[in-house]
Ligand binder design. Structure first.
Ligand code: GDP
Length: 424
């Protein structure tokens, strides 16, 4: 029996969707424990692209239950759309999706505030999906919870309260406060579709665990976007690291058996904030095109750079990573020389880990490795990879101090090299 946590080891978009999807085949439950529709998981199944924002990536398999945990903030309209998509594919049997009563609801009021802020001087490059303001309401103890969908009168009262609470901010940002009635109507219009799937997910997960079933906890975003351990304030508003998997699901730390970190073979970041290994100009553009580095949720071009080992070491520490899945190795094919950032220099000192403040001031220390020209997408074992690709992976494992149990060499499910089974 195994409870496995999967987290992004960088700034998100590491290709978690594909790896989770692969491992979900053998899971009894796949759980989202934080974030909301700001995450976009792109899966390529039989050549067809499917994007989910809220339901876990395991949704395309018949077997696992899809759990939306207490740590999530849920946009009811998006959830209704994704449930319909699952139904259309014949994947929405009874009990298939379980939504936590404790999860919070994102409303039009939260969208409005997020959008207005992002037009202002304090923009941080959010996805404008209302996530930040919803987590603010949660912390302020005035948030709407999924359980409130079953109590329309109470929900209307709460919506009126939170619209009032946001009025001064909306006006200060030059916006028009929304009508509480319309905001509540929009949420309640989704209630009938969602309520059949609502329940106590914490209890359900513990029962499954006690029963020896396999649970996969699927992280959104990445370690460097974590509210506490990321590049504050350019971070998301929730705990995306392995500790967040516990608080956001209701499973305890001793219930977690293994933590798999996903890292690309290079680095990308969406939005503002420090990015030490960023490649500017033509090189960055070439990598962006080769890797298709445009946001799944927003379509925004991603900033691209070389692989950053201090970041990977930080991810290994704060998540307690047992292993890595190393993705998009194929994207590096054809580059003459590859650079690995093995350390930073800060104020004349060499450091091996990101500083807790001052990441924007570090200078990366690079090591160069020879590239390879061969297409690697057909490789199904490490031995089939070109020698330089193998050397690159081995050097990363050595520098990060953890093994890469999975290598991804293309977007399709089959384009994967499995060296160690994370369910082992
Ligand atoms: P996630 O949120 O971490 O799942 O990341 P994305 O949704 O942004 O997924 C990354 C993108 O890369 C998707 O379009 C995937 O189909 C694609 N992808 C995943 N793994 C690989 C890989 O090994 N090689 C290539 N070329 N593309 C990949």
């Amino acid at each position: 029996m195994t409870t496995l946590v999967i987290v992004g080891a960088q700034w998100g978009d590491e290709g978690k969707g594909k790896i989770v999807d692969r491992l979900a085949e053998e899971a009894d439950a796949v759980v989202r424990f934080g974030g909301g529709a700001n995450a976009g998981h792109t899966l390529v199944v039989g050549g067809e692209k499917v994007v989910f924002h809220l339901v876990p990536s395991g949704a395309l398999h018949a077997r696992p239950r899809c759990v939306l945990g207490p740590g999530m903030v849920i946009d009811p309209k998006v959830l209704v759309k994704e449930l319909a998509e699952m139904r259309a594919r014949g994947l929405l049997s009874e009990g298939r999706v379980l939504v936590s009563e404790r999860a919070h609801l994102v409303t039009e009021a939260h969208f409005l505030v997020d959008g207005l802020r992002e037009q202002g001087p304090n923009a941080i490059g959010t996805t404008k999906r209302g996530i930040g303001p919803t987590y603010q309401d949660r912390a302020a103890r005035r948030g709407l919870r999924v359980a409130d969908l079953a109590h329309p009168d109470l929900l209307r009262e709460k919506v009126a309260g939170l619209v009032e609470a946001w009025r001064p901010s909306v006006e200060a940002l030059g916006g028009e406060p929304p009508s509480a009635i319309q905001v509540a109507d929009a949420v309640l219009a989704c209630a009938d579709e969602i309520l059949p799937f609502v329940g106590d997910t914490t209890d359900a997960l513990h029962r499954m665990r006690e029963d020896g079933q396999r649970i996969l906890l699927e992280g959104a975003q990445g370690t460097m976007l974590d509210l506490d351990h990321g590049t504050y304030p350019f971070v998301t508003s929730s705990s995306v690291t392995a500790g967040g998997a516990c608080t956001g699901s209701g499973l305890g730390p001793t219930h977690i058996d293994r933590v798999l970190g996903i890292s690309k073979a290079y680095t990308t970041r969406v939005g503002d904030g420090p990015f030490p290994t960023e490649m500017h100009g033509a090189d960055g553009e070439a990598l962006r095109q080769a890797g298709g580095e445009f946001g799944a949720t927003t379509g925004r071009p991603r900033r691209c750079g070389w692989l950053d080992l201090p970041v990977l070491r930080h991810a290994a520490r704060v998540n307690g990573l047992s292993e890595l899945a190393f993705t998009k190795l194929d994207v590096l094919s054809g580059m003459d020389t590859l650079k690995l950032c093995v350390a930073y220099e800060l104020d004349g000192r060499r450091i091996e880990h990101p500083p807790s403040v001052g990441l924007e001031r570090v200078t990366p220390v690079f090591e160069e490795l020879p590239g390879w020209t061969e297409d690697v997408t057909a490789g199904r074992s490490v031995e089939e990879l070109p020698a330089n690709a193998r050397a690159y992976v081995e050097r990363v494992e050595q520098l990060a101090g953890i093994p890469a149990s999975i290598l991804s060499v293309g977007p399709d499910r089959a384009e994967t090299i499995e060296r160690l089974d994370p369910w082992r």
